[in-house]
Design a protein around this ligand. Structure first.
Ligand code: C2E
Ligand code: CA
Ligand code: CA
Length: 860
């Protein structure tokens, strides 16, 4: 097999697929996706290519070219290789004025003999005629065209027995020259045909010819190198064989010798000849035809305008006229002229070649169809490939737009199955893909991709665009309770499928009742129920709850969830969008209540929110307008009843707003660090003022909120304040809640170390109000523990109070002092003192006082 490519693709290829469409050799033009080559391309597989040239003709981009032996021929000639020329008759026809000069030039370069292959055609014709006459050949296909031979060997091997078993005129001429003219040189074929390269390299032609030198490349070389010489012409006299080079020439010749009534058919041109062979393959191979000879040529205008000729030649009749003149002169002038009966003409021909043995000119063919055999597509595979191309209907499967290069969609399936093409080359597939991508993009803009319900943005705009204040509707928000826990216990996948389960349940409600479902946060769903108001125990709410709590089976284990559910009914005055924060608030209430019951957003909550907003405005006002001041609650030594310190507590100048209200709001809004600095500064300045007024000062503690952690410069701020006011660090203390001590992050450690370095004492505030753990007291840098009022209230009662006593003892063992908070009664004080409490802070001794009163305070 000659696998050296003759036709190949250059870098001009844009992947337009026209070459695939005109290629008669299915599989020769292969579409490559071009991910690496920077774009789609169509490559040639030499094993399939028959070098018919159709792709070169059709290509708008000059992306297909062919190779011949011209360069090598000239190189060898120059190196002194002995080369004789076999000239196709169409050379003179194509170049009536130049050919003799060119041949002269070639001779001057060293070419030896010049033999016209028309003489070979005479021999081949003689052999054909004898085979027909002697063996009654029928339906035989001429073999003078190497493309036809290659096509039959590769794609229609059933017709191989029908190819005339005679060498082509070229090879006949070469055999004759070797045997009878005794020329031992290499032969170069001056050729109109690029496919002759296939022929001369085929072992069935005996390696007679070494170079295929096509007219195009030869003339290009000749012009470039100014090759010309004394006119030279053929050395061997030839006959009617000259007409083989035109379409139907062979047929003419046969008729000339065997009579007009011999049934022959002439067919040429890539578009016709292969479909003819395909269609008639059965009849031809069975011999069920009345036709004796089929004169088949690949090129529409025969070898005269073959694939190796210069294309512009085909546009004029010059070459054809030349051949016809030769034909006529042969018929008239030559010894045949008087022989007007076929018998006599034939006798003359046989006499002429009587010294030849037909066996010298026979040839065989090789079945090459194994290499090009198509894998037949099993129908499930075909179906799969169709579906892969998005072709799921008969209409889509017979779109047959040919953009992929194949005539039908089914052919494309065959091509894909055989690796000749790929689905990305299907225009409709790509269009579908694009449309799907666009649809997906607009879907994503509206929907939550994971759960397939509306996304938050869509829900927001839906409420404000599709509902008015006057409409009746209800907004429900459900927040799943334990998703985090489920994720960490069972894995994300289980969490995801629980979420999906809920979303699917909601989608059913959407389909049944038209409720709109959205995902409002990670594990938060929002449902809008149009046209109704509902209650916590309405049927509608029951449906929602059942969706939320529907269990899912995970390998035998039923897992279900609970949710905090809040809802807000339309009321004719609230803007639709405002029902979302309302429902959210109600949901938070539901969660806080822990009762697992839906909560409706009520007037009370409305009032709460309104109030919170009001306080927020006041806090902001105070922050920006020096609106805070400090009061000081004395801490009294339990034994001596002497004041041994104060707790500084912040107040707002605006009356009616208390720290228990505004501190959480400041924390929520991220303002607490500013309050922290204000109270610190006010307190330290107060200490300085007392000192300056001549009082003996004692330590004052300020409160440090856990939300103040983000204030990284706080320690420096305290130091600077102390330095500026000349206050000893021991006079300034910080109360930090229990919870913050337990956090144990690098950040808190740094902070506590910072305070300690400054020499500031740390008080643990609200001990006993949360998850008190005594363990950490052993290593925390805490100097004083303030026991929370709730602990005092709960345990300082008959029968339980040994607990308080033990606690105080324990603190002392740990080397901590205690402050008992919220002491309101004398008996409480007495009992605590008897238990060894160090310091008492409470209304029993004093409420927080303005500074001038606090500094004068004494226990009576
Ligand atoms: P806290 O730190 O536990 O402060 C003690 C609170 O208990 C003060 O309320 C105080 O007036 C009150 N109290 C003291 N003795 C008694 C008593 O015998 N009976 C009762 N019923 N209450 C008593 P206040 O000043 O309203 O402060 C409440 C909370 O606000 C404080 O609790 C503290 O957490 C926070 N807070 C107050 N001032 C500041 C501040 O300047 N900064 C920060 N971050 N938080 C502060
Ligand atoms: Ca405190
Ligand atoms: Ca406290």
């Amino acid at each position: 097999m000659v696998n050296e490519p003759i036709v190949c693709t250059n870098s001009n290829c844009v992947g337009c697929n026209k070459c695939i469409n005109v290629c008669p050799a299915f599989g020769a033009s292969i579409s490559k996706e071009g991910k690496t080559s920077g774009g789609p391309r169509v490559e040639v597989d030499a094993a399939y290519c028959t070098a018919c040239g159709a792709c070169i003709d059709i290509c708008d981009h000059n992306a297909r070219e062919y190779k011949d032996d011209t360069e090598k021929f000239f190189e060898d000639l120059k190196n002194g290789e002995k080369i004789s020329l076999l000239i196709d008759p169409s050379f003179a026809a194509n170049y009536p004025t130049e050919h003799a000069l060119v041949l002269g030039g070639l001779k001057e370069l060293g070419a030896r003999h010049i033999i016209n292959t028309a003489f070979g055609a005479d021999i081949a014709g003689w052999a054909y005629i004898n085979l027909i006459n002697m063996f009654g050949f029928k339906g035989e296909i001429s073999q003078s065209c190497p493309v036809i031979v290659s096509y039959i060997e590769k794609f229609a091997p059933q017709l191989i027995p029908k190819l005339f078993p005679v060498q082509s005129p070229l090879i006949c001429a070469a055999i004759y020259a070797r045997k009878f003219l005794d020329i031992k040189d290499k032969f170069a074929y001056i050729s109109p045909c690029m496919a002759s390269s296939l022929e001369i390299k085929d072992k069935n032609t005996g390696g007679m010819v070494s170079y295929n030198v096509t007219f195009s490349k030869l003339m290009e070389y000749v012009r470039k190198n100014n090759i010309s010489g004394r006119p030279e012409t053929d050395e061997v006299f030839y006959g009617l064989g000259v007409i083989w080079s035109r379409p139907g020439g062979l047929r003419e010749m046969i008729r000339y010798y065997l009579g007009e009534d011999i049934m022959s058919r002439q067919i040429s041109g890539q578009q016709e000849v292969y479909s003819y062979l395909k269609k008639n393959i059965k009849d031809l191979s069975d011999g069920r035809t009345a036709i004796t000879l089929i004169d088949a040529l690949n090129c529409k205008n025969g070898c005269l305008c073959g694939t190796g000729t210069e294309p512009y030649k085909a546009s004029s009749d010059e070459a054809l006229t030349f051949i016809m003149e030769r034909e006529n002169s042969f018929k008239k002038k030559l010894p045949y002229e008087k022989k007007d009966s076929q018998d006599e003409r034939l006798r003359e021909l046989n006499i002429k070649f009587s010294n030849l043995n037909p066996n010298d000119f026979l040839r065989t063919y090789t079945d090459r169809s194994k290499e090009t055999a198509l894998k037949p597509v099993p129908s499930p595979e075909a179906n799969r490939i169709f579906l892969d191309m998005n072709k799921d209907t008969p209409a889509k499967r017979s779109f047959n737009c040919r953009a992929c290069g194949h005539d039908t969609c089914y052919k494309m399936v065959e091509a894909i199955y055989n690796g000749f093409n790929h689905k990305e080359n299907c225009v409709n597939y790509m269009k579908d893909l694009l449309i799907k991508e666009q649809e997906h993009a607009s879907y994503l803009a509206e929907y939550d991709e994971q759960l397939g319900v509306l996304n938050r943005r869509t829900i927001d705009s839906l409420l404000s665009s599709s509902f008015t204040v006057k409409d009746k509707f209800c907004v429900v928000i459900a927040d799943l309770n334990s998703l985090k826990g489920i994720n960490s216990t069972y894995g994300m996948q289980v969490g995801d499928s629980l979420l999906k389960n809920v979303a699917d349940g909601f989608k059913e409600l959407h389909e049944k009742y038209g409720w709109r479902i959205g995902r409002y946060g990670g594990d938060e769903f929002l449902v809008i129920l149009p046209d109704i108001n509902i209650t916590a125990d309405s049927e509608e709410m029951k449906l929602i709850i059942s969706v939320l709590e529907k269990p899912v089976d995970f390998s035998g284990e039923k897992i279900s969830m609970t949710a905090g559910v809040g809802f807000s009914n339309s009321d004719g005055v609230t803007f639709p969008a405002d029902h979302i924060p309302a429902a959210e608030n109600a949901m938070l209430m539901a969660k806080r209540s822990g009762l697992n019951k839906p909560v409706e957003y009520s007037g009370e909550q409305k009032e709460e929110i309104r109030k919170e907003n009001e306080i927020r405005d006041k806090v902001w006002e105070a922050l920006t307008n020096d609106g805070f001041f400090m009061v000081y609650q004395p801490k009294v030594d339990a034994l001596t009843k002497e004041v041994d310190g104060f707790e500084a507590l912040v107040r707002m100048k605006t009356p009616g707003v208390y720290p228990g209200q505004f501190i959480p709001i400041a924390e929520k809004n991220g303002w607490i660090w500013r309050i922290g600095r204000i109270t610190t500064e006010l307190t330290i300045k107060q200490l300085a003022k007392w000192r300056d007024e001549g009082y003996k000062i004692s330590p004052v503690s300020v409160n440090f909120s856990s939300s103040q952690l983000s204030d990284e410069g706080y320690v420096d701020f305290v130091r600077e304040c102390l330095e500026e006011n000349g206050i000893e660090p021991q006079m300034f203390e910080i109360e930090i809640t229990e919870g913050l001590f337990m956090e144990k992050s690098n950040h808190t450690k740094e902070l506590f170390d910072g305070f300690k370095k400054l020499g500031i004492r740390l008080l643990m505030d609200d001990f006993g109000s949360g998850y008190s753990s005594l363990g950490y007291l052993t290593y925390m840098p805490v100097d004083v523990v303030k026991v929370d009022k709730s602990l005092v209230d709960n345990y300082l009662v008959e029968g339980k109070d040994s607990f308080i006593k033990n606690l105080i003892t324990l603190m002392h063992d740990l080397d901590k002092k205690t402050v008992m908070e919220g002491v309101e009664e004398e008996w409480q004080y007495e009992r605590l003192r008897s238990f060894g409490a160090d310091t008492i802070q409470g209304y029993y001794f004093s409420k927080p006082l303005p500074p001038e009163e606090a500094i004068e305070f004494k226990v009576k």
